[in-house]
Design a protein around this ligand. Structure first.
Ligand code: SF4
Length: 442
């Protein structure tokens, strides 16, 4: 078999695209290998959402290009958001690359690679990102452990946040039909998936182009599958409805966990960001979630140093974090993105001020996150066992319902035995800043 090496950069949505490309290539006679030195085809699925991601993509491309030296039969193919965003500029900048493929053309990758082998392919294949949508009919090679997976329910985004290039890269919102998602979820369940995380650029936008809704999709997933853990990631704050929260409150299979990127809390900053809500809306949302789903873990993402952010805005952010006591918070210093409206906004916040605000938020939230975990000591929690701990073979590692894969902390298990993919009851004995420790009780 012909051998390929795939590197997937960026988020879980990109990883799903990588899994689909791998599925198609395997069906076409390719075999994935770990070592790039063994591969004839070196494939990189890039992220280009923000500048550091684009830099990471260039580094990875240049690293892989070294494996081509002295062997003209090896081909280097680059696809994903970085290609979609920078398109034509890349052809001169990266002569090492044999083929660039935009997002909409990923479904034709097998055909494009055989054209490349025949010397017939153009070097850049780039369509407008507007119509392609993945489907359950495409073969998919999972890269996650067999007991957990991602379900990408939409492509693109219709929001126009002033700092974000995603709509330009990924195009307008397209929701996958619920029937297709059910087929995919059932197949994943048959393959052993116990935790299915629903992902999208904006999960709450699901169905607005089809006359459906996220709540209605969830009802169908609950009825048509028995997957024990369904997790919701990336919800737009203004679109989290009572209908959705009430459904979650009454359905233990919908994990009491919500990842809702607020981006900021100050109404002034949010308005300039182009977000459709203000501080009071966030206050109401947090208290609605706390009253309807008291156990719900909340994750958010925040940006500090957006143009025009004042010291009062930064103080308001810290004040809200203290009041809301969120479980998990990701913080990023704002950076201008070429082509995004916010890149033109003034006044810019100096780098040292951004860093100081970043450090203040991180420090405050570390104490809050630990406090939130401490309340769990002594409680019994359901944990999905991932396997031996990455730290030491003497411990098992798993995640509780309030810990999402790849981003939140974990539960270290120091008593009892279980296999990867088992759901067990653990009594929590210790809480650290991001992780918990406990023993299996059943
Ligand atoms: S909702 Fe998210 S993906 Fe869509 S424009 Fe805003 S930040 Fe970008």
């Amino acid at each position: 078999m012909k051998k390929l090496h795939l590197t997937s950069l960026g988020c879980a949505k990109n990883l799903v695209d990588s899994e689909l490309m791998l599925g198609a290539l395997e069906l076409g006679g390719w075999q994935a290998v770990e070592d790039p030195a063994e591969a004839e085809l070196l494939l990189v699925n890039t992220c280009g959402f923000i500048r550091p991601a684009a830099e990471e993509a260039v580094d990875e491309i240049l690293d892989l290009a070294e494996y081509k030296e002295g062997d003209p039969t090896k081909k280097l193919v680059v696809t994903g958001c970085f290609v979609q965003r920078y398109g034509k500029d890349l052809q001169d900048a990266l002569p090492e690359v044999d083929l660039f493929v935009g997002i909409d053309d990923q479904q034709r990758l097998l055909e494009l690679i055989s054209q490349l082998a025949d010397g017939k392919a153009e070097r850049l294949i780039l369509s407008q990102p507007s119509c392609s949508l993945i489907s359950s009919a495409q073969p998919r090679r999972l890269s996650t452990p067999p007991f957990r997976s991602w379900l990408k329910i939409t492509e693109g985004c219709d929001n126009r946040c002033a700092y974000c290039m995603i709509p330009a890269i990924r195009g307008k919102l397209r929701s996958r039909p619920a029937s297709d998602l059910i087929i995919e979820a059932r197949a994943l369940e048959q393959g052993g998936v116990k935790e299915l995380s629903l992902i999208a650029q904006d999960l709450t936008a699901y169905g607005s182009d089809l006359g459906g809704s996220l709540a209605s999709l969830l009802r169908q997933l609950l009825a048509e599958t028995s997957i024990p853990w369904l997790r919701l990631l990336y919800l737009y704050p203004a679109s989290v409805t009572d209908e959705l929260l009430e459904l979650m409150a009454g359905q233990p299979r919908l994990l009491p966990y919500l990842d809702i990127p607020f981006q900021h809390v100050s109404s002034n900053v949010l308005r300039r960001m182009g977000r459709r809500y203000g501080r009071q809306d966030l206050d109401r949302l947090v208290s609605r979630i706390r009253s309807l789903i008291p156990d719900c873990a909340l994750r958010t993402t925040l940006m500090v140093g957006f143009p025009g952010e004042t010291e009062e805005d930064a103080d308001e952010l810290l004040d809200c974090l203290q009041r809301w006591q969120l479980d998990h918070v990701g913080v990023f210093p704002y950076e201008d993105e070429e082509g995004a409206p916010a890149a033109e906004f003034q006044p810019k916040v100096p780098d040292e001020v951004k860093q100081e605000r970043f450090a203040r938020v991180m420090e405050a939230q570390a104490a809050i996150s630990q406090q939130r975990l401490r309340r769990l000591v002594g409680r019994e929690e359901e944990v999905l066992v991932e396997g031996l701990s990455q730290e030491t073979d003497l411990l098992l590692e798993g995640r509780a319902r309030f810990q999402a894969p790849d981003i939140d902390g974990c539960v270290y298990i120091n008593e009892g035995e279980a296999s990867p993919g088992e759901l067990v009851k653990v009594r929590i004995a210790e809480a650290h800043v991001y992780d918990l420790v406990g023993g299996i009780i059943s």
